[in-house]
Design a protein around this ligand. Structure first.
Ligand code: AMP
Length: 255
């Protein structure tokens, strides 16, 4: 069985994001970019399932500009067998929406025919948390979102997924093929070792375009402006409870 893992290139989680002076988006030039942390967890889980004998091959896929190949190389250095790069240079005013990404991933899944697709639960740049759910809907496959534990039964062709919900841990059983999205506590992703980084250079990255996959990438949404968060005003120290009540009544008008 094959596992397809969707990995996204995003601004590194440790970088303080800055808005571009023309307010068309956030600054990405000369900024450290990395694999979305939830996608690293997705790659790690796919590798563990392959190492446990539950899967035979791990294929990483990304949609993005030429530089996104670095993200695929990271997945290959972690241990993925090969990769698919759907080349798309986004216009900052028209970023790819989760529905379009899901349509492209659906086309890749129909070509690759994986038994399981694993995505991050959320990309830390757009914070959408939609792609996995939309992909499962488009493919009409069962979904296990926010997985904190995954068990695969190759013989019975099913996956058991534990997911963190408000009231505790919910356990669901999915018939394969299925879509899973990863939560933070699923695993601790490995670091790529130097020999594996070298080996990854010779692994295959297949390049395609959305047109090759017959996917229409036009979207109905346009980003009109991106702004910094307003700076928080400094607080004041009050001398008595009476002064606090006075301010709540007469300044904040919340009492
Ligand atoms: P989102 O719905 O945008 O928060 O993204 C959730 C997950 O969808 C990510 O963690 C990735 O696994 C996948 N994803 C989103 N955008 C892309 C992309 N451009 N290329 C590959 N995978 C993506």
């Amino acid at each position: 069985m094959k596992i397809l893992v969707a990995v996204k290139r995003v601004v590194d989680y440790a970088v303080k994001v800055r808005v571009k002076p023309d307010r068309t988006g956030v600054e990405t030039a000369n900024v450290k970019m990395s694999m979305n942390p939830f996608c690293e967890i997705a790659v790690e889980e796919a590798l563990r399932l392959r190492e446990a004998g539950a899967a035979a091959e791990v294929v990483a896929a990304t949609i993005g500009p030429a530089q996104s190949a670095d993200t695929l190389r990271t997945a290959l250095a972690m241990g993925a067998d090969r990769a698919v790069h759907v080349l798309h240079d986004p216009d900052p005013a028209r970023p790819l929406l989760p529905l379009v990404v899901a349509k492209i991933l659906r086309a890749v899944a129909l070509q690759e025919k994986p038994g399981l697709v694993i995505l991050g639960k959320q990309a830390i740049d757009d914070d959408c948390n939609q792609t996995g759910q939309m992909l499962a809907g488009l493919l009409q496959w069962p979904q296990g979102t926010f997985a904190s534990k995954v068990l695969l039964d190759k013989e019975k062709q099913k996956a058991t997924v534990e997911r963190e919900v408000d009231g505790g841990i919910e356990t669901i059983c999915l018939k394969l093929p299925a879509v899973i999205t990863t939560d933070l506590r699923l695993n601790q992703p490995r670091y790529a070792t130097l020999p594996n980084i070298m080996k990854a250079k010779s692994k295959v990255i297949k390049k395609v375009t959305p047109e090759d996959l017959n996917v229409d990438i036009r979207s109905d949404m346009e980003v009109t402006e991106v702004n910094e968060q307003p700076k928080r005003k400094a607080g004041v120290i009050l001398s008595s409870v009476d002064e606090l009540l006075d301010k709540l009544k007469n300044e904040a008008r919340v009492l």
